[in-house]
Design a protein around this ligand. Sequence first.
Ligand code: MG
Length: 453
Amino acid sequence: MGRLFGTDGVRGIVNEELTPSLALRLGLAIGTYFGEGAKILVGRDVRAGGEMISRAVISGLLSCGVEVYYCGLAPTPAIQFNVKEYGFDGGVIITASHNPAPYNGIKVIAGDGVEIPRDDERVIEEYYFTEKFKPVSWNKVRDSIRIYDKCIERYVNGILKHVDVELIRSKRFKVVIDPANSVGALASPLVAKKLGCKVLTVNGHLDSHFPWREPEPTVDTLKDTATIVKSVGADVGVGHDGDADRSIFIDERGRVMWGDRSAVILAKYLAKKYSGKDRVYTAVSSSLLVEEALRPLGIEVIWTKVGAVGISRAMMKDGRALCGFEENGGFMYPPHQYVRDGAMTLALMLQVMAETGKSLAELYDELPSYVTCKTKVPMPRTLAEEAVKAVAKRFKDERLITVDGVKVILEDGWVLVRPSGTEPVLRIMAEAKTREKLDWILREVKEAIGKVR
Ligand code: MG
């Protein structure tokens, strides 16, 4: 049987891979999975084809007797929050998150607000490929969909409950928000304004062609925004991805920080706030500085496979989970919800700045510093797996984490070597305290890999 779902829903180029007929069949399969009478919230990001795909999916859902609520344009975390908090049996989100402009996608949310488990995706795929759909009789098809217009308002209010609004308001922060011309524009500026901030949006109008930057927020794509943060004298800048579940921060000096850095700033604060919660979940792609900064506070770091859904589901089973995050800017704050949430992350960062009285640059400079290298080597998956084994063998006497590829932890540096989940490449990430050490690590890794090529 074929596969539809990748690491985060079904993705493809609009009208090439992701067509209305695929969306209709997938809608029928999802409707069959949730069953007659299920109450499902559907929404989307700003991407091209969003209207076309969501209508096709909704047709399939209605055919199976599902009760459809439609919220239109909204950040992914806003839809997830409403599904969890307001009695929905699940949700469907039309989004391709951080992918380039030609892509769109479909992802399915369980009643707890988190993406459905892998096994359930297999069930939907089975319905899709075998066409064992369960349409209801004519008199059970709903006459209309219901417009759900409280999504953003309820989401914003949900976020504000977790921070000290009056304290943050008293600081009059200046904030630059770059939502990449997508749905982050609908919530984050509102959150910041309610927190008394002076808000400047960059790439703030909705535009499905993403005219000014790629939807993925990175050190590269946020260069212009970082220049603006510095030149207007803002206290903080934040860049979201296309569906606004990620936040990449920029300090007042215009430095763009990777998500594991900003996450550690937040985790240090949360560790002091919640004494019984002493575990932090993060993917192996995060820096070793996570352990270095959090261990002295009695926090245990649980290294997971790359992929946000796994982190969310693992944290839900652990009463000691403080928070979870990815180095790409996804941050999960369980008291609000167990999934990545861009606007919640921004509110928490403002809370930390207000409560500590420190600027973001000061908070950033307190973190251990490393020299970083991220690279990739093209090779087929089978060879990439051999390369992982070769690196593990070369460093067999060191501490190794093998949940996803191999992460080698050395005294003053680390390296992660893992096959990509989506492309025929071997990904290499390394960091060290000094340039010399980093060069040495990369040399050793390349030599080990050279033996299998
Ligand atoms: Mg996203």
